[in-house]
Write a protein of this length. Sequence first.
Length: 136
Amino acid sequence: MPPDFPADRLHVIEVWTPGGNWSSYPPHKHEHDRDGESELEETYYYRLREPENGWAVQRVYSDERDFDLVETVRDGDLLLIPWGYHTTVAAHGQDLYYLTSWPVPHQNGPSRRSRTRASSTPRTPGRTPGSMPGCL
């Protein structure tokens, strides 16, 4: 990462979810810097065993922001989750792999809020515009 990048590290995790099972459960969030939680912007990249027919469901919700998204994700989709509780379920018989990553801010650097538009909403870049709120 270049020296002026607003993060020290990039956390990357691979998750394998057999069909019909939940992962990233119980729902959790990375919205505030406080005990038991860190302010992080997370990205999910999905792959399915059957790319043509496979699907999974990603839920992102926030009572604080009056927001509830239940998004069908397919092979190759990318979802940005800047805030909110989130969890994932693979459809029955549809094994799911996803790569999740998030930049870890400099210890004494700017918070994510100062680097991200305040209006950012969970979205799938590259999808047909209008498929979900905030879609690019």
